[in-house]
Design a protein around this ligand. Sequence first.
Ligand code: ADP
Ligand code: ZN
Length: 520
Amino acid sequence: MPDLTAAQHVLRTTFGFDAFRPGQAEIVEAVLAGEDVLAVMPTGSGKSLCYQLPALMGDGLTLVVSPLISLMRNQVAQLSAYGIQAASLNSTNDPAENRDILDRIDAGALKLLYIAPERLAKSDTLNRLARAGISLLAVDEAHCISQWGHDFRPEYLTLGTIRQSLPELRIVALTATADKATRADIQEKLFPATPRVFVHGFDRPNLSLAMRAKSSARKQIAAFVKAHRGQSGIVYCNSRRQTEDLAEALTAAGTPTLHYHAGMDPELRNRHQERFLQEDGVVIAATVAFGMGIDKPDVRFVAHAGLPKNIESYYQEIGRAGRDGLPADTLALYGLDDIRLRRTQIEDSDASPEQKRVEKQRLNALVALCEAPRCRRQTLLAYFGETAEPCGNCDLCIDGVEVIDGTIAAQKALSAMVRTGERFGTEHLVNILCGEETEAIAKFGHDRLPTFGVGREHSRNEWRSIFRQLYAAGVISLDIAGYGRWEMTALGRDILKGQAGLELRKDRLRPAREKADRSA
Ligand code: ADP
Ligand code: ZN
């Protein structure tokens, strides 16, 4: 049986690479040993080699399913340059070309065949391939099989049935999309039994990580950008309007900043992008429309003026900093308004109820990362299935995070909720706790509640953070309808009854003014 030494030989002689990249060796070894594999590694980490190399070492043909014809063509061109017998069977080939490829398959002259999933599902194609002897099925961009993924392709679902016609087939599936829901879905739809799962390479140790509660996004971002003056950076905004406002404000404050969003004149947009790419020290204030396919190695910081969409988007977006491997800084701001907006967007989307549930879980995971009490990188990598030591390069590792007993604060908040029938959102509840005589308070008679004014020891901002932390800790949940009303969970009931305690982050309970100063 071929072993890793033999694989290393092929790596050097055929591909011309000196060594495996992190993660590749284990995967190649497992595939060579005949195991089914699901490999989750970031874009650019060298996933293709994990099936190309075993393909060369085995007998028979390796089928590679890939979603885009252009991707297939590139890969085939690259392999041919290495002297490897590879081809792609697709609808843009002329008939003669396809006939020639089929002849090469019959003659056993091909090692790798790239093929679109819908073509593979055709029984005559499949029979012909089966006769030629397929040893391995590689499924590239395997998340396309998942409805939870961002790129669902129904034709990928046919792959599950191919397995039935070719029971001996080994499968290696590859993707950069790593969250649990997507992975579980790939496993279920593609593999007959649990495959070996490899998750590797999501850590970007040169990126410093920081997340901070939003007090004034504009001031906080301005301070962060000022601390990086002369460096290139990206500020992600949650609206087109905000990109324009921030670009103006930051430029006025002395940092040349350009806005970028999908709604602007394409010519101007290109000009902004070009300036960002070519000049030093230019900052771009952009919506998430910016960044795909942009490769600027020396982006020194990425800031989020508002909550990213979910952990995967956050990871993608901060990943545009420090591609050169040198230190780069990231900062993400989050506020309850962002969380509520995202929640409403999910509710209002056309997604199925199940998908909405998954999206809400993803949002909860992101909120929990924001309010995490331990190393951010550990929390982030754990989400992708990787384990790590405390990193020493995130705000929580550096500043530490002190916790205090927050049981009484939690009980006060819960009591305010329960006494008002769990029908109100943060602002009204904070008004009750702080004893504010607002119109709504008077209208509902909430100034007569025993809870009215019992929370004056905390500022309004602290109470907002307490509600966020209660949410992150699973003590309260938002109403399904998305009105921003807080409801008590089972854990919340236990805390209210004194049967469970709760710790809160001490740093979030300082007065807002002091917090804003710290971020400067
Ligand atoms: P992915 O599919 O994970 O996005 P690719 O398979 O396209 O990444 O690989 C990215 C680049 O890395 C390619 O140019 C590939 O040739 C190169 N590469 C892969 N493995 C190695 C290696 N062991 N040593 C050096 N370069 C490698
Ligand atoms: Zn850390």
